[in-house]
Design a protein around this ligand. Structure first.
Ligand code: 13P
Ligand code: SF4
Length: 377
């Protein structure tokens, strides 16, 4: 049994060169062997992603966490909501039973790696919205759907109220499931993913009121708008993808005839509507992988991923869709120093920055997550 020691102090790691940090990370990983799984989201910087055992988009990473068998610690190079999801899935009751109650320790190397979109919907705001919706329509008619980019408490809310979680890879399948249960959907926190997916299913904007949690009454909507709704969209967005504009698409098309526009569905409708292809980070990667040499792309998603695709596909011409730097500043918090620090602490038996979701929230979140995993198997 390992003995918990005092955490190794963080500051000295800052003074090490990348070469030294890389070496120490490799050594720590070797010592931890199969008991460790380092997961990396596609938006991570290259220097971190090279140490990930597995990388993927939000959906793939949650599946990997759900499937993990041998590992006893997951170091999640991603953001807070991803580590919460990993904790819920890796420590669900049947997994704990197989391990005789032993928990997988999920570590987020830097606690400041949050998600500004997830922060746009707090549980008390969602509960208040639900109560107010109930003053106008029957909430038994609504399936609540939370994007995986949300706090575990929102996933638990969905679990309790017959709802479900979605990712950008399975949003359409999840909405189809939701409409098979009930006639309306309450979608949070990303209005763009909700709107772009619903539009593709033939639902028009006049049936998609926006719920602004900062408005005093009914999210700023008339009773009629709520009665006519099919999808109620939370007024949240990703500050990275929000920056792509229709003008950027027009500029690239003018300058590079034949260029294809490939975007993430977190981009606003004006961009999604005129793009050639829209899809999750995995779909973006797959699309580029399969394209013939000489294909021209302007890609609208996080900068680190687009730069990596450029490096990996010199046979294609890849541009970043925006003239501005659109990078996920919170993902970027995870660096070699934090990774090294968390791994070396694990080697000496100390779990630093552990993410543990409380039992009640984990139980109900799991209900919503399992519905999602069943829908998009
Ligand atoms: P996916 O990983 O589902 O493509 O989502 C992108 C994202 O914003 C992750 O936070
Ligand atoms: Fe959140 Fe956007 Fe960063 Fe994804 S890219 S983690 S949605 S802020």
């Amino acid at each position: 049994m390992s003995v918990a020691l005092e955490p190794l102090p963080f500051p000295p790691f800052r003074e090490l060169s990348n070469e030294e940090l890389n070496q120490r990370i490799v050594t720590a990983k070797q010592r931890l062997g199969k008991s460790l799984l380092v997961l990396g989201h596609h938006y991570q910087q290259d220097e971190v992603i090279q140490h990930a055992d597995l990388n993927g988009d939000s959906y793939q990473l949650s599946k990997l966490a759900a499937e993990s068998a041998d590992c006893r610690s997951i170091v999640f190079c991603g953001v807070h909501f991803m580590a919460e999801t990993a904790d819920i899935l890796a420590n669900r009751p049947e997994k704990l039973a197989v391990r005789n109650g032993e928990r997988v320790g999920v570590v987020l190397p830097d606690m400041a790696a949050g998600c500004s979109m997830a922060d746009m919907a707090a549980i008390r705001q969602v509960e208040s919205a639900w109560r107010q919706l109930g003053e106008v329509i029957d909430t038994d008619e609504i399936t609540p759907v939370t994007y995986i980019n949300s706090a575990a408490s929102l996933k638990a809310f969905c679990g309790r109220h017959g709802g479900i979680v979605c990712t950008s890879s399975n949003a359409r399948a999840v909405l189809e499931w939701s409409f098979a249960q009930r006639k309306r959907v309450f979608f949070f926190p990303d209005q763009h993913l909700g709107r772009n997916t619903s539009l593709k299913m033939g639902i028009t904007n006049e049936h998609m009121p926006i719920w602004n949690p900062h408005e005093e009454e009914h999210g700023g909507n008339t009773q009629q708008a709520i009665e006519d709704s099919r999808v109620i969209l939370w007024k949240g967005h990703c500050s990275v993808h929000q920056m792509f504009q229709a003008d950027h698409v027009h500029t690239f098309r003018k300058k590079y005839p034949g260029i294809q526009i490939l975007v993430h569905p977190e981009c606003p409708q004006e961009v999604n509507d005129i793009a050639d292809i829209s899809g999750s980070t995995s779909k973006i990667i797959e699309t580029v992988r399969k394209a013939p040499a000489g294909t021209k792309w302007a890609i609208g998603t996080e900068l680190h991923l687009v730069n990596r695709l450029k490096k990996e596909h010199p046979e294609q011409e890849i541009h970043f869709l925006s003239p501005l730097v659109c990078m996920c500043a919170t993902m970027y918090r995870i660096d070699l120093a934090h990774l090294c620090w968390s791994l070396e602490n694990l080697v000496q038996g100390t779990i630093v920055n552990q993410i543990v979701v409380n039992d009640e929230i984990a139980t109900w979140s799991l209900v919503a997550l399992e519905r999602m995993l069943a829908v998009s198997k």
